[in-house]
Design a binder for this molecule. Structure first.
Ligand code: ADP
Ligand code: MG
Length: 382
């Protein structure tokens, strides 16, 4: 028999195949919590078939088969999640291609654990989440980068709560406006951008952003599960007076549970409904993006919420996008997990068209390049 070695060309081809594919959708099941074990024993509602496929059994015993790009089981490590879904995006960001990583799921399903880790500073290196690993990854890529290129890395951190975008790095900016232009695409006007020169500096700023989120929490009724938190990294490179920028956005979304189940009443219920609207808006955008006939452009209701407006590029435009569907493995949460998994299955059909962002050539003219070759298959098909 013949052993084929993956030549550089083949690796490049594999990469392109992945580039042309849709939004990458992964599922992650956290370990059973002690409460789940106490209330329902250690039985789970999933049977893993392989790294991509599993059968999900709901409370009524119905079986559903799901296939995603990767399924992380209860024993998966943070590093596995990072290497599969974030590392390729980090490398792209450094090469001026935008990326987005979204964590979706009901409250308690493991979104923040996946994004930040048990502790943002990762006292235990193993439990470090995607955000601190992305920071390390960016600086690691820069150490291997061309010495002739000057890189700058910037961090912004915002929270969307009750349809207001709050700057977590400067609490006096509590209602940032979203703007769109040819050069920067969709961006937050006046959001604080902190220049970071190494991982330690980034972590320090991230942890004060996280602390600012917690400050609001006491008056906002556990806002963290009812708000979306975005960590935004911008990597700009300059070579021969040509500037390229890649933006990587990680979003820890609000809990996707149905409000009726949370037992909220009165004002809290009204508040929760407003916040839930943005996740419904996200669902509607995904529906509109995936239900169009090929070649015909649907109206996509990006403007229905701040969240969908901020994610406009991630969902229908210039970004490599990953959705991580976080779930409890317990039968107790089967209906919420099923709704999360169905959301993921629908999102799998979204196509985006990432490209290398170049804002100025050496004559100072604005320009954009297709990514990574001039291949027409990156055109939007929706
Ligand atoms: P969410 O942000 O979705 O509301 P969390 O990330 O806060 O949920 O997770 C809820 C609890 O489960 C936390 O105590 C967290 O540490 C734990 N947890 C979540 N995912 C994992 C995991 N993969 N491994 C170990 N513990 C986890
Ligand atoms: Mg959380």
């Amino acid at each position: 028999f013949t052993i084929f070695e993956e030549s550089d060309l083949e690796i490049e081809l594999l990469r392109e195949l992945r580039d042309m594919s849709n939004v990458t959708v992964c599922a992650r099941f956290r370990p059973l919590s002690s409460k789940e074990i106490r209330d329902h024993g250690d039985s789970t509602c999933i049977q893993h078939l392989d790294a991509e496929t599993f059968v999900f059994k709901d409370e009524k015993g119905e079986d559903y088969r799901f296939r995603f790009d990767r399924v992380f089981d209860q024993g998966s490590e943070q590093v596995d999640v990072y290497e599969f879904l974030a590392l390729p995006i980090v490398q792209d960001t450094v090469n001026a291609v935008n990326g987005t990583i979204l964590a979706y799921g009901q409250t308690g399903a493991g979104k923040t654990y996946s994004m930040e880790g048990a502790n943002i500073f990762g006292c235990d290196g193993n439990t470090k989440g995607l955000v601190p690993r992305v920071v390390d990854g960016i600086f690691e890529c820069l150490t291997q980068a061309n010495v002739m290129t000057v890189y700058t890395v910037k961090l912004s951190m915002v929270e969307i709560y009750m349809e207001k975008v709050r700057d977590l790095l400067d609490l006096s900016k509590d209602n940032l406006q979203i703007k769109e232009d040819k050069v920067q695409g969709i961006h937050l006007l006046g959001a604080t951008e902190i220049y970071i020169s190494d991982s330690a500096e980034a972590l320090q700023n991230l942890s004060s952003g996280i602390a600012n989120r917690a400050v609001g929490e006491t008056n906002m009724n556990m806002a963290s599960s009812r708000s979306h938190c975005a960590y935004i990294f911008t990597v700009q490179q300059e070579q021969h007076r040509r500037v390229k920028t890649g933006k990587l956005v990680l979003v820890d979304l609000a809990g996707s549970e149905k409000i009726e189940k949370t037992g909220a009443e009165g004002k809290v219920l009204e508040e929760a409904k407003t916040i839930n609207k943005s996740l419904s808006a996200l669902g509607n955008v995904i529906k509109a993006l995936t239900s169009g006939t090929q070649g015909k452009l649907n109206h996509i209701p990006y403007r229905d919420s701040k969240l969908t407006r901020i994610l406009q590029d991630a969902l229908g435009g210039n970004s490599r996008t990953v959705l991580l569907c976080c779930c409890s493995p317990s039968t107790l949460n089967a209906s919420e997990s099923l709704s999360t998994l169905r959301f993921g299955a629908r999102a799998k059909h979204i196509k985006t068209s990432p490209r290398v962002n170049s804002i100025r050539d050496k004559n100072g003219r604005e320009q954009m390049e297709p990514f990574p070759t001039k291949d027409e298959s990156y055109e939007r098909t929706l």
